[in-house]
Write a protein that binds this ligand. Sequence first.
Ligand code: SAH
Length: 345
Amino acid sequence: MSRVNLAGLLPSELEDLAVELGASRYRGRQLAAWVYRKGVFDLEAMTDLPKDFRERLTERAVIEVPEPERVTVSQDGSRKLVFLLADGRRVSAVLMPDDDRMTLCVSTQVGCGFECRFCLTGVMGFERNLTPAEIVGQVLAANRLLAPAQRVTHVVFMGMGEPLANYGALVTSLRILTDARLGVGYSPRRITVSTVGLVPGIEKLGREGLRVNLAISLHAATDEVRTRLMPVNRAFGLAALMAALRRYPLAPRQRIFFEYVLLDGVNDSPEDARQLARLLRGLRAKVNLIPFNDWDGAEFRRPPLPRILAFQSVLLDAGITTTVRWSKGEDIGAACGQLREPVPA
Ligand code: SAH
């Protein structure tokens, strides 16, 4: 019989398991505290659990989280963590310090199947989904790495993979990360899920009541350009996407984030910016412009700085909050769109 992985179980499932093993629900809550609060993965070290309960647990369960195999430090202070998974595959996460924030960018899949033309992860193709333990484990491992001085303050689901294409594991991880009583305990407002725009997934996520932030990789304001850049636009065009977003439940003062990669001569003209402003009219939106990050073999270029700033001005003049996101970790292959494992020699 294969043993269940405790990391990746909901706190309520840990309580159920404790009862199944003849202990009280309280023992399950203690387990949750050890794994999710203290980041302890060794049953032997859980000294406040009765010995016989620990023995029964050892027979039935393991605690397995991905181990960081390699940590690369960027000149800008960000760090890329490469995780070796149990089946020998690898994913990466990126730690990005910024003032009093410490943001962790996590992966949800090995590779990605959506083939956005400007994204290096897309070149890998899709290999497999990550489990909840492998997703939450990236956060737990990063916190272990930072302890005791620091802690991850924000989590963005913007690493390798498409979160909404791994829906079940995504939602389980979000529940574990945001469970204030027994889980890792992040406020949902500090968590952001980014998607290529899978409309049914967006609608489903809206009904979960999780209240995490939603980011949309938009990258174009017309179907013609978007389809050229993101084949997924053939399945879910802008009209359907924007309609779903207009219905998406937002908390007071919560906004939807839009990522827009700026590609020289492709989607970066003032007219593109005006069309984007029109598309977002009436929506509580914040735009993050991401100047294209280069990789070997890419067919795009980053626009010159004046063009980036001119694009931003059009949006600001239209009353849309717009920032330019200068990606971190470009020198270590950790910037937006540069994640690929293994890195070819
Ligand atoms: N699959 C999800 C999560 C990944 S988020 C999604 O697409 O939203 C990673 C972000 O980086 C996306 O907005 C993606 O479009 C963007 N990106 C990809 N390649 C890039 C590149 N070369 N330069 C800048 N941004 C890029």
